[in-house]
Design a protein around this ligand. Sequence first.
Ligand SMILES: *[C@@H]1O[C@H](CO)[C@@H](O)[C@H](O)[C@H]1NC(C)=O
Ligand SMILES: *[C@@H]1O[C@H](CO)[C@@H](O)[C@H](O)[C@H]1NC(C)=O
Ligand SMILES: *[C@@H]1O[C@H](CO)[C@@H](O)[C@H](O)[C@H]1NC(C)=O
Length: 250
Amino acid sequence: MGACRIQYVLLLSLLGFCPCSDTLTCQMGSMVRLGSDLTRNEVEWIELKTVETSGEEICQEIFLLIDVGTTALILGSKGPSIPSHRNVRNITVFARGPGLKAIIFYHICDIELCNRANSTRMLIDSIPSVAPTVRGRQPCPICLHFKGICNSYTNLAICPRGTRCYKSDLALHGGGISAIFSISGCLVYPQKFLMKNQSSVGTISLLETLLMPKSKSPSHELVPSILLTCMFGLLALCLQRSVLSAEPIS
Ligand SMILES: *[C@@H]1O[C@H](CO)[C@@H](O)[C@H](O)[C@H]1NC(C)=O
Ligand SMILES: *[C@@H]1O[C@H](CO)[C@@H](O)[C@H](O)[C@H]1NC(C)=O
Ligand SMILES: *[C@@H]1O[C@H](CO)[C@@H](O)[C@H](O)[C@H]1NC(C)=O
């Protein structure tokens, strides 16, 4: 490779062969799973497809786990990459819970078929354990799915204390993946971005678009209707409603 002098290569290729093979074989493929047990049971992924890389390219593999509590997303990508580092293997926890969790495993390497992680075990093993959560008071929509599907299925849950409602579209492109996911859940305070503004991992670009729920407090919503009822002189109803509105949401 580097030691291979150009004249030498030219000479040898004129003779019909090249002693310095500049290619590298990597596994190549992608996968996406959505499910309720992906944070407990590992997903096996045996990728048989390979690709010959050339030049500066080396092998890459990336696994992403996002968990909203009721559902989790696993995304995997393997293939060639042109990285700034030759050998990196790291796991980054972007959100540690309670509530939303996000973890990325990133591995680049330059040895034949070195991107051969065959399950999501390493992600599951690096899910941080959080102290038993205290139930908070804020109800938030909880959903994780391909964009466009969440609205019809979204259910509300009471978030753990120390979190607040989070809602976004997360677009991922590159490395054989092209998808947009809708994510809503409870994100630990004061974190605002699930992926902490990271714009890419290896050859995959990330774009997180926050879709913030209107931060109306329940009391504001009730005030107009209470006033209206009172103006119409329905005093009994008015009192009843005021009492109701003073009750905590649980
Ligand atoms: C992994 O390490 C690389 C290089 O040090 C760094 O740029 C990256 O942010 C780390 N995490 C991920 C998820 O890529
Ligand atoms: C998966 O990888 C592990 C560790 O690299 C290895 O021990 C195991 O045999 C592999 N499983 C399969 C089915 O290839
Ligand atoms: C994240 O990105 C947003 C918009 O691009 C920017 O306003 C914000 O300051 C960034 N936050 C951090 C911590 O970099």
